[in-house]
Design a protein around this ligand. Structure first.
Ligand SMILES: [Zn+2]
Ligand SMILES: [Zn+2]
Length: 345
């Protein structure tokens, strides 16, 4: 089969590999129908993911059909249509039992990082009953492509904010995760969503897709003043930081009202400064997040019911054999690219 290998020098190449086989009784083999290219794949190529093992096939966001299962797999059957969790987790360890699957003692980010990933024709999924969710007939592969990674990340950000009905939530970053976070924040009861980004296209999208009530471009407007105006001088009840830019951490706590929750789901490349004297008395709660993607089944129900729709995030589609072109489009954000779907056959 074909798979996209990330060589130790960071170059990527479509290579021939044997179709994966069951190695453990809890494994499943999935025939990949559709996968996505993620910013985390670029981080691996750039050497920014210490846990990544060189010469591994990339990709951790996918949907497909189960074609083989180990003897201890109970939930899945051959022929099940599934969406995958980006995290491999055992479901039984100290952290998994508490829902903190990102820190599973036996898993973590494995697929497309430490074991061969889904930018291939087939992929082996450890702890398959945990990491794969069955799709109802009404939910297409396209509908469910982002369930286990960026949609889960957006939901996670919204959940961290402990949103109450009527809240105003500011989301910094209108990329795929930010847009998902806006959708989820609304579902969790937010009345007003404020989208903040320096990219006009992405802001306009947030507005036109009805995900944001207000859009603010920090390059053109004073974010703090505008948010004060929108919130009767209070500041945002919750802030989801999904940008990870140069000044976005500072912006996140500045636009939060006193006693707000600031959810940091962005991945920063540099250390950030917490000026405690300056924020004394503001009594903020900071939560940091690498997604605990424990709500995949619930998110699939939301999609089935029409409460969440992430189809519009797929701005480009390429065949697996043209995946290198897909990477170029994604990395250079050509033609306002949000997400590239890679389809097999
Ligand atoms: Zn990802
Ligand atoms: Zn575990």
């Amino acid at each position: 089969m074909k798979g996209l290998c990330c060589h130790s020098n960071g170059n990527i190449e479509l290579i021939e590999k044997p179709i994966p086989v069951i190695k453990d009784s809890k494994d499943a083999i999935v025939k990949v129908a559709m996968s996505a290219i993620c910013t985390s794949d670029l981080h691996i190529m750039h050497g920014a993911v210490p846990r990544a093992i060189p010469e591994t096939i990339l990709g951790h966001e996918f949907v497909g059909e189960v074609v083989d299962i180990g003897s201890d797999v109970k939930k899945l059957k051959i022929g099940s249509r599934v969406a995958a969790n980006c995290i491999t987790f055992c479901g039984e360890c100290y952290f998994c039992k508490r829902g903190f699957i990102n820190n599973c003692e036996k898993g973590g980010w494995e697929i497309g990082c430490r074991i061969d990933g889904c930018q291939a024709e087939y992929v082996r999924v450890p702890y398959a009953d945990m990491g794969l969710s069955i799709l109802p007939d009404e939910v297409s592969y396209k509908n469910a492509l982002f369930v286990g990674d960026i949609l889960s990340s957006g939901y996670f950000g919204a959940e961290l904010c402990e949103i109450k009905k009527g809240d105003t939530v500011a989301v910094i970053g209108s990329g795929p995760v930010g847009l998902c976070a806006m959708n989820c924040a609304k579902l969790l009861g937010a009345e007003k969503i404020i989208a903040i980004d320096i990219d006009k296209y992405r802001l306009d999208l947030a507005k036109s897709k009805n995900l944001a009530d207000y859009i603010i471009n920090p390059l053109k407007e004073n974010v703090e003043d505008l948010i004060k105006n929108i919130t009767h001088g209070h500041g945002a009840d919750g802030v989801i930081e999904a940008a990870g830019g140069e000044n976005t951490f500072e912006l996140a706590w500045k636009i939060a009202r006193p006693n707000a929750i600031v959810a940091l789901v962005a991945m920063y490349e540099k250390n950030q400064t917490l000026p405690l004297p300056e924020m004394y008395g503001k009594n903020l709660i900071f939560k940091t997040g690498g997604v605990d993607a424990v709500h995949c089944d619930k998110l699939i129900q939301y999609i089935k019911n029409g409460d969440i729709n992430t189809d519009f995030l797929i701005t480009h589609t390429v065949k697996l054999e043209n995946i290198l072109e897909g990477y170029k489009i994604f990395e250079e954000k050509r033609e306002n690219c949000l997400k590239v779907a890679v389809v097999n056959e």
